[in-house]
Design a protein around this ligand. Sequence first.
Ligand code: ZN
Ligand code: ZN
Length: 410
Amino acid sequence: MDDWVLENLSIAEAASRKGLCDRCLGRLFGKLGTGMTNDQRGRIIRESLTLNGISSSAPDICGLCDDVFDSLDIFADAAAASILSVESDNFLIGSRVDPEIAAKEKALWEELGAENAEPLKTELNREIGKLALPKIHRAVEFKNPQVVACVDTQFADVTLDVAPIFIYGRYNKLSREIPQTIWPCRVCKGKGCQRCKGVGKMYNTSVQEIIGDIAIDMSGGKEHFLHGMGREDIDALMLGTGRPFVLEISSPRIRDINLDDLEKRSNGSDLAKFNSLRFTTRDAVQRTKDLAPTKTYKVRVKVNGKVNKERVNEVAQSFRNLCIDQRTPARVEHRRADLVRKREVLWVEADWIDEGTFDLTLETESGTYVKEFVSGDDGRSRPNFSEALGMQCRVETLDVLAINDHEVIR
Ligand SMILES: [Zn+2]
Ligand SMILES: [Zn+2]
C-alpha cells in the first residue's frame, strides 16, 4: 500500500462515506502521490480501504461534482470552437464552477481536514485544456494570453475574453475643426439629442475616429481608444513628425492586421495623417501618457498698433531659458483648479510679416499655456510677450511644429 494512503487512512475512510466519485475522492489527496490522475488516486484509496475491511463503492451520481466530468468533451468542444472563432497565437482555458458546488467543496475540506486537496476548478481547467489543445493548434499561454475562454460548467457556455491590440504611431492633425479624440455631446453624453442632431458627439470626426474606425473594420474589434502623448487644442494643427499615440482596439477577431494598409487607408483623409505605425504592448499606453517632452510651436500674432521688425526680434530674443508663472488661464478656469504653475520658455524666434502681424516660433516646457504666454491673459501669465513688447498681442493661430520626444516607446 502506498505510504500517502496509509498516512491518510482515517481521512480517506471519512471521505469514502461522502458519496464521492473516484475523481472527487482522489482530488482530496491531489497534492500527494505523484504521476497519477485523481481518478487513479480515488481507485487506489478504495482498494486500500477494502483491504482494511472498509467497504466503499462509487455512487451512481457524485454527491459533490454532480458528475460534471462526464461533460468534459462538451466543454472542450465549446471552448475550442469559441477560441477558433478569433485569430490568436496563444490561448488559455479557464472555468467557472457552479458556486453551490464550490461552497460544498470548501465545506468538505474543512470537515475532513483535507490539507492536500486540489480544487475542482483546477482539475476542470486542466482536463478541459488537455482535450481542447489538439483541436486548437495554438500555444497555451498562462501569463499574457491573447484569448481566454471561460467555460461555465453550470450552463456549458463559454465567455471569450480577447485581449486588445495596441498600435503605436504618430499623427498629424491638419484641420482646425477636429479634436484629437471623440468628444461626446455635452448635453446627452453620447445618447443622441436635438443639440447634436442625434449623433451623440460635438464634432463629426476626430483623429481617433479617422484611424480607429478603419482599424475596427480591419480587425473586427469592438471599440477604439486613442492614448496621446498630450493633446493640442481643436483649433491647433499638429505638424512636423507628428504626435505619438497608442491606439487600442478592444476584442479584435483578427490581431495581425496589415499596418501598412491601415496607414494607407487612414491617410485617405485630408484632416489627419498617420506615420510610423507598429504593434506595441499595453504598458506603452502609460509610458506614452507619462512622457512630457518639450514642444515647439508656431503662433501667428496680431498686435493693436504698429510694430517694427527689430523690436519684435529683440523681445523674442530676451526670452531664453526663462521661467514664467502661469495662473490657470481664464478660458479653462471653469474646469481646472486655479493655481500658479512655473513653466520654462526655452527660446523664442520672431518672423516679422507686416506692421500688425508677426510669427513666433518657440520651444517650451510641457504644459506651458502658449497663447497666454503671448497675450499675458490679463496679467495671469508673467512675464509675457505682450508686456515685454509693450503692446497687446493676440494669437490668431497656433500650431504644434514638434513634440520633442527622444525616448523610443516600444
Ligand atoms: Zn465527483
Ligand atoms: Zn446630444
